[in-house]
Write a protein that binds this ligand. Structure first.
Ligand code: PLP
Length: 456
């Protein structure tokens, strides 16, 4: 169907002036962007009226689905009551104070001190600076290096991109900054496990690589290790069994802070409030964003445990860090209502668990498809590996062309899946119903069939 006048008008404006994130601009301008102009529940709609199931919850964030009236009302009321105020100069606002307490009640162990920001990247920048500050306060100013993992994603500010283990984000900007080191192999058994190696042995090999890196850099120089409980944007990789508790043991042994980047995994995505609970480890620091407000408002946070927070609270020096919008009262009010909805509707709880079980069963059932080498997932996260040969795991192309082809067929089939290389991702809203999960997989299978037909 030819695009409508509205679509063409928006595309023309966009192509004239709008620089998009993570985009090859001349290609986008030649093709024209897809125009999404409304959404409801798990569905998004383009300006031509096509209805598409959002299998990615926006950008991994819309836990409660689109167009929630209670969140709209919370935002309206917050704007009318206190549209903005800051938390500098010994001032607070009720929503930010209440939100800090609610988050502290959800985080595990004693991660009870909360610093707000507006995005995942800002939270990760803040956490990095607080870690450096902490070690300065401990009288160990040399302990500054941060270790993260190849293919990890931690944001796109200068620090976020330095933490990320994705070279395509770094070289063009002369990154990573000094003090940031990455370890391989990435803990994804399907992609990096050796032939004949058990999952448990692979987990220990990945954890040993962390320890080897610590020893290479010198434990006295290493401040923290950071990872996503499930690696998201780098390839949706669920950790091999036993990996995280072993990494925690290694960090404790060498007196290195453990930091869980929960920007995707937080707020019910893996079945618990935080992914570290799903995978059985207790970090010193958690960063969170996305599902915290279901993406309705830009808000993020850093949670610190007592060990890290107490010296900062007791310090005579000012913690000279923060943003105009840290704990924005409208964003905080929306996040509070969102967390209330996650609880009230048991989206982190019985209903979320039931949806996850049905979703994982639907994902597993795709393994009979000739294009699918593996499916893996947890909670409402799922990955589908596209392969030429199921036995040898041979890919169709090194460039990811089959993933791009499949993504195109997804849109045409009425479902959003994201492609990284030849891995397809699913991350639907937590509110997805049983009937919508069935429909999601009908559309996913249609997209796989169309991709398979193209390849033959
Ligand atoms: C694990 C993780 N950390 C950090 C970020 C960066 O968040 P933002 O895009 O809000 O800066 C992301 C974004 O996808 C993420 O997945």
């Amino acid at each position: 169907m030819a695009p409508s006048n509205l679509t063409r008008h928006i595309q023309a404006l966009d192509s004239a002036h709008h620089l998009h994130p993570f985009t090859t601009h001349h290609e986008l301008r030649a093709a024209g962007p897809r125009v999404i102009n409304r959404a409801r529940g798990v569905y998004i709609y383009d300006a031509d009226g096509n209805e598409i199931i959002d299998g990615m919850a926006g950008l991994w964030c819309v836990q409660v689905g689109y167009g929630n009236a209670e969140l709209a009302e919370a935002a309206r009321e917050a704007i009318e009551t206190l549209s903005y105020y800051n938390h500098f100069f010994q001032t607070t606002t009720p929503a930010a104070a209440e939100l800090a307490a609610v988050i502290a009640s959800k985080t595990p162990a004693d991660l009870n001190q909360i610093l707000f920001a507006s995005s995942g990247s800002e939270a990760n920048d803040s956490a990095t600076k607080l870690i450096w500050y902490y070690w300065n306060l401990q009288g160990k100013p040399q302990k500054k290096t941060i270790i993260s993992r190849a293919r990890g994603y931690h944001g796109s500010t200068a620090i976020g991109a330095s933490l990320s283990g994705l070279p395509f984000m770094q070289g063009i900007f002369d990154l990573p900054l000094p003090r940031f080191h990455h370890v391989a192999p990435t803990p994804c058994y399907y992609q990096y496990g050796a032939p004949g190696e058990s999952e448990e042995a692979f987990a220990m090999r990945c954890a040993r690589a962390v320890e080897d890196k610590i020893m290479e850099l010198g434990p006295e120089n290493v401040a923290a290790f950071v990872g996503e409980p499930v690696m998201g944007a780098g390839g949706l990789m669920t950790p091999p069994k036993g990996y995280w508790p072993e990494v925690e043991r290694i960090c404790r042994k060498h007196d290195i802070l453990l930091w869980s980047d929960e920007v995707i995994c937080g707020f019910g995505r893996t079945g618990s409030w935080f992914g570290c609970e799903t995978y059985g480890f207790t970090p010193d620091i958690i960063t969170m964003a996305k599902g915290m407000s279901s993406g309705y408002q830009p808000i993020s946070a850093v949670a610190l445990n007592a060990r890290v927070a107490e010296p900062i609270i007791a310090a005579d020096s000012e913690m000279a860090h923060g943003f105009t919008y840290s704990g924005h009262p409208v964003a905080a009010a929306v996040a509070l209502k969102n967390i209330e909805l996650l609880e009230r509707h048991q989206l982190v709880g019985a209903r979320g668990a039931a949806a996850a079980a049905k979703f994982q069963a639907g994902l597993n059932a795709l393994q009979d498809h000739p294009l699918v080498g593996e499916t893996r997932g947890v909670g409402l996260l799922g990955a589908i590996e596209l392969v030429r040969n199921k036995e040898t795991r041979e890919r169709w192309s090194a460039s990811g062309a089959t993933g791009v082809k499949c993504r195109g067929h997804c849109f045409a089939s009425g479902v959003v899946m994201r492609a990284v290389g030849e891995t397809m991702f699913l991350c639907p809203p937590l509110v997805i119903s049983d009937a919508e999960i069935d429909e999601l997989f009908v559309r996913v299978r249609r997209a796989l069939d169309l991709t398979w037909r193209d390849l033959h």
